[in-house]
Write a protein that binds this ligand. Structure first.
Ligand code: BEZ
Length: 257
């Protein structure tokens, strides 16, 4: 059973709740994480011991995912998929944590079994949420999918604990790890260069001048000739962009688009 701390003052109803939701998140309908929210803090038991979530997550990119249950078919393949991309996540400085409505003992046994079955060790912690309190408080349930089980939700949090991406999958459709990695790359590239990322972008592809930047501002930020307008509304930067120097970004190779 997880235990929680609340900022004061709190109502009796809040004090009985499992997760420390900021007051603005408590609108009576239950909080559902949205892009831009700081993910609330919580204390939980995991397969790797107790954690206080903010202490655990702050300072690194985090993939937080919920699942409906241990020892079930789709969930097992998802766990194996995330274990398989451990090196890809490490390379990106990303840590993973799951949540399921099972005991620590069951989650631990299941992780071992999945590791053996698929040949990739499940090294990330799983939060034990047997009464579903954390999943409900963190908007990881969906009444149309299940009255009590968490759905397949994936959140990407940045090092400042801000929700940057929300994926939601129904109970009978498993997640794809390719899209998780692609979005992590896209978010990190967006932050690194302060650009916009096109649809279906893959690392190395061109990126875009963001909406709201005038052509003059684009010249200052990316260098005159560092971008080209395919239309007034579609301005493309070169595939490989150098690091910021003195507040500008230098292109390493000319834009070919
Ligand atoms: C599954 O992993 O296949 C599953 C688990 C719980 C409910 C529905 C599906």
């Amino acid at each position: 059973m997880a235990s929680f701390r609340f900022p004061s003052p709190v109502s009796a109803r809040q004090a009985a709740a499992p997760v420390r939701l900021p007051p603005g998140y408590c609108n009576g309908a239950g909080w559902v994480p949205r892009i831009g929210d700081i993910f609330p803090d919580l204390d939980a038991r995991t397969t790797q011991g107790p954690i206080r979530f903010h202490d655990w997550a702050e300072g690194r990119w985090t993939v937080l995912f919920s699942q409906p249950g241990a020892f079930t078919p789709v969930c097992s393949t998802e766990l194996a998929g995330l274990a398989e991309i451990a090196a890809d996540l490490d390379r990106r400085g990303v840590q993973v944590i799951g949540l399921a409505p099972d005991t620590v003992a069951d989650l631990t046994a299941w992780c071992v079994d999945v590791s053996v079955m698929f040949g990739n060790p499940v090294r990330f912690p799983m939060i034990s949420d047997p009464d579903g309190a954390i999943a409900r408080a963190c908007g990881m349930t969906h009444p149309k999918e299940s009255p009590d089980l968490p759905i397949r939700k994936t959140l990407i949090l940045d090092p400042a604990l801000r929700v940057r991406m929300v994926f939601e999958y129904p109970l009978r459709v498993g997640r794809g790890t390719d899209e998780i990695l692609r979005v992590l790359d896209a978010l990190q590239e967006r932050d690194r260069l302060d650009v916009a990322i096109p649809g279906d972008w893959q690392p190395g592809d061109p990126v875009l001048v963001p909406v709201g930047l005038s052509d003059d501002e684009a010249d200052i930020r990316f260098g005159a000739g560092g971008w080209r307008a395919l239309r007034r509304y579609l301005r493309v930067l070169a595939p490989a962009i150098g690091d910021r120097v003195g507040g500008t970004v230098a292109l390493r190779q000319p834009c070919t688009h």
